[in-house]
Ligand binder design. Structure first.
Ligand code: C5P
Length: 424
């Protein structure tokens, strides 16, 4: 793939060298376009040596090659790291004041910004508005990492780790892949993807994922077989569509996706508290977590001992609250207007009805807007890499089937989410 790496003028510019390495080692060709200011931190010679290509930041170098048009046109991906407040502002305003901003205006493929700046700059209403505008237009703008900044200060503003930016960039390309698997040509994003990008950019999406663990004592718990793969894929797909994604993760067997704010929880009650709080400013909540329906009524504060002189312990269970039902109930008072709630259901048919009948009844009972239904049989869903679902909506529309990898299913769900968020 042809990658353009734009480098902004911040101290984190040196980390872009590691990012460049990740791309070249994965077999991609990279053209670096540093801003004038960034060359005070890392010089052009470094970029030329590491990329093996000539490097310039002026539209007046190699004029015969029309670089200010060609580089953006030919790039399958443009990554800007670090994206400074100034660079975000110029990109949002559509300025063409140097080679990098010209290239951004000519972009045909996905564009990802990895911001780095002081916390005050990141939180300034001007930057907030610029980021929102860029996301609305379909760019992926990662949230900066939280931690120590250049001076004595700390907070959100650190450049995300090169590996995180690399993975997020690959996910953005993945989301932009056309149906036949080729890279997007001139404006040839799949219509559905383009629509999802347009609608979800700048929206806040909360995804719950994984299986909760309900303690019996400090070392033992009741758990379930959820791997969290589908929930993580959903978080990845929503982030690739430009949404600000918050992942509330119970136990996961896979790492959370890069560029996504992750809140780790263990029990159903912890998941409930975080989800109800996150829902207050979420445009979409996707409840993909496998929440335990019951928890031990009296977890022991110390390890339950095996004792020959005592009876075997009996565990009494009590019901956990139904978080999705609570979200539906709380929505009219505390949620943003038009909030969309998505539930998951693992169903089996039996002699009294088919999967679809049970699923429709559940959708009605739960009161959410979309229900993603798995038809479960022995080992069919849990932990597997493939999935096979039906997406039902409350308006009684035709169920949408989606099958394939969990990433493909996630994209189908995200497309349906976008379609239901779109003004009708
Ligand atoms: O009723 P059932 O457990 O099949 O519903 C599954 C859906 O409800 C999933 O979206 C799951 O995340 C959610 N759920 C919940 N709170 C519970 C149990 C399930 O929000 N206590």
């Amino acid at each position: 793939m042809e990658v353009v790496l734009g480098v902004g003028g911040g101290i984190a510019a040196y980390k872009a060298a590691l990012l460049l390495r990740l791309f070249t080692e994965a077999g991609h060709a990279v053209t670096v376009i540093p801003t004038e200011a960034s060359t005070r931190f890392v010089g052009i010679a470094t970029w030329e040596a590491l990329s093996g290509r000539p490097v310039s930041n002026s539209v007046f170098d190699q004029v015969d090659k029309v670089n200010h048009v060609r580089l953006g046109h030919e790039a399958d991906l443009i990554v800007v790291a670090p994206a400074t407040a100034d660079l975000l502002a110029r990109a949002a305003a559509g300025l063409a004041s140097d080679l990098l901003t010209n290239t951004l205006l000519m972009a045909r493929g996905p564009v990802l910004f990895a911001p780095a700046m002081h916390t005050e700059m990141w939180r300034h209403p001007a930057t907030v508005a610029n980021v929102e505008l860029l996301r609305r237009r379909g760019a992926v703008v990662l949230d900066p990492a939280v931690g120590r900044l250049t001076g004595a200060d700390s907070g959100p503003g650190r450049l995300p780790e090169p590996e995180v930016i690399f993975q997020a960039a690959l996910a953005a390309v993945d989301a932009a892949l056309s149906q036949d698997g080729s890279l997007p040509q001139h404006g040839s994003l799949r219509q559905d993807d383009a629509t999802a990008l347009e609608i979800l950019a700048g929206k806040t999406v909360t995804v719950t994922a994984g299986g909760t663990r309900e303690p019996l004592d400090p070392v033992r718990f009741l758990g379930n077989r959820s791997s969290g793969k589908q929930g993580v894929a959903l978080a990845r797909a929503a982030a690739a569509a430009g949404a600000h994604v918050r992942l509330i993760s119970a136990h996961l067997e896979v790492p959370p996706p890069p560029g996504v704010e992750t809140i780790a929880v263990e029990t159903a009650l912890e998941l409930r508290a975080e989800t109800l709080s996150a829902a207050k400013d979420s445009d979409v909540v996707i409840m993909a977590a496998a929440v335990a329906d019951f928890r031990p009524a009296n977890p022991s504060g110390s390890k339950i001992k095996k004792r020959d002189d005592a009876d075997d312990p009996v565990i009494r269970l009590i019901r956990n609250p139904d978080i999705l039902a609570e979200l539906v109930q709380a929505r009219p008072q505390s949620a943003p207007a038009g909030q969309l709630l998505v539930g998951f259901a693992a169903e089996t048919g039996d002699e009294r009805g088919g999967v679809l009948e049970y699923a429709r009844a559940k959708l009605e009972r739960k009161g959410c807007d979309l229900l993603v239904v798995n038809h479960v049989g022995a080992g069919k869903v849990f932990g597997q890499d493939l999935n096979d679902v039906l997406i039902l909506d409350r308006d009684g529309g035709t169920p949408i089937p989606a099958a394939g990898t969990k990433d493909e299913v996630a994209r189908a769900v995200v497309e349906q989410v976008a379609a239901h968020l779109a003004p009708r």
